[in-house]
Design a protein around this ligand. Structure first.
Ligand code: GA4
Length: 330
């Protein structure tokens, strides 16, 4: 198992630079745009997602992950269903087990072991309500973003992830305490829970319990830890939004490090467009076609290409426009 990496250097600052966005205040739209430009990442407070719903899901997830592996692997599948260690289908591994689901189904038709839980219906209803509520919050955030960017109409981005046939996913990750962590590296953890990557979709929305581990990569290449906060949501700009904004917003590279003592449970909603949606820089953000940094693609094309890549690959590179070289001899 190759989950060991070089010891990690993390600046030990008491103050986190992660931008905090109060989404109940429309004026936060400016800070929101800046956060997407500078970090591709921000924390959302004053949202209206019910903490009770979150707690039902987290308890259900803990109950499921406590089942014997043999029962969990009965619902293993690629990509949907239960997975352990293996991430994707191209050889990536991490100190993690997870459930991956299509967030547009009603969770009834999933290869999901609801029958193994004590209250399967309660869990299924919570899944539905949670994803509906998080989608609503996501649309609100995307509308604040379009306002902040001065784009009209307000639903230019939110409509991409709100339709019936959008391709959104929901993932619950469980990072068990890891006995492999080498405590001789000055307290630096060297076991990877989920390796560095960017998300292919438009935007991702993460909530975790109070166990740290998530890190984001800054523009200078350094990694910083994201202090856990179980009552807030963390949003990250994903590849398709980087393209839609012609590179103005950064699809942030992130990873999760394992913890030697505590379990980490995170739930992530990946807001994606419909398979046929064309993704290209929004015309209102560029003066003419020549300024576009990316070749247009459909979400289905990008998804296929992404699912054939390794976790740490730069998935947007094949879609970058080649700079036209003008030779004086021509
Ligand atoms: C990263 C974001 C989501 O977790 C995910 C991941 C997917 C998987 O786990 O199967 C991928 C990864 C993610 C991007 C590159 C490919 C596909 C693993 C992998 C190596 C569900 C997604 O949509 O893309």
């Amino acid at each position: 198992m190759t989950v060991l990496s070089k010891p990690v250097e993390v600046p030990k600052s008491r103050f986190s630079p992660i931008p905090v966005i109060d989404i109940s205040d429309p004026e936060s739209k400016h800070a929101l745009v800046k956060a997407c430009e500078d970090f591709g990442f921000f924390k959302v407070i004053n949202h209206s997602v019910s903490s009770k719903l979150v707690s039902v899901l987290e308890h259900g997830a803990v109950e499921f992950f406590s089942l014997p592996t043999s029962r969990k692997t009965q619902v293993a599948g690629c990509p949907f269903g239960y997975g352990i260690r293996a991430i994707g289908r191209n050889g990536d591994v991490g100190w993690v087990e997870y459930l991956l689901m299509n967030a547009n189904l009603d969770f009834g038709s999933h290869p999901f072991p609801l029958g193994r839980l004590k209250n399967p219906e309660t869990f299924r209803n919570a899944l539905l309500e949670y994803t509906t509520s998080v989608r609503k919050m996501t649309c609100h955030v995307l509308e604040m973003m379009t306002d902040g960017l001065g784009i009209k109409p307000r639903n230019t981005l939110s409509k991409l992830v709100s339709g019936e046939n959008t391709d959104s996913l929901f993932r619950i990750n469980h990072y068990p305490p890891c006995p492999l962590i080498n405590n001789n590296t000055n307290g630096d953890n060297n076991v990877i829970g989920f390796g560095e990557h960017t998300d292919p979709q438009i935007i991702s929305v993460l909530r975790s319990n109070n166990t740290s581990g998530l890190q984001i990569n800054l523009s200078d290449g350094s990694w910083i830890s994201v202090p856990s906060d179980s009552s807030s949501f963390f949003f990250n700009v994903s590849d398709s939004l980087q393209v839609l904004t012609n590179g103005r917003f950064k699809s942030v590279k992130h990873r999760v490090l394992a913890n030697s003592r505590k379990s980490r449970v995170s739930m992530i909603y990946f807001a994606g467009p419909s398979l046929t949606q064309r993704i290209a820089p929004l015309t209102c953000l560029i003066d003419n076609e020549d300024e576009s940094l990316y070749e247009e693609f459909t979400w289905s094309e990008y998804k296929n290409s992404a699912y054939n890549s390794r976790l740490s690959d730069n998935r947007l590179q094949p879609f970058e426009k080649k700079a036209v070289k003008i030779s004086l001899n021509d």
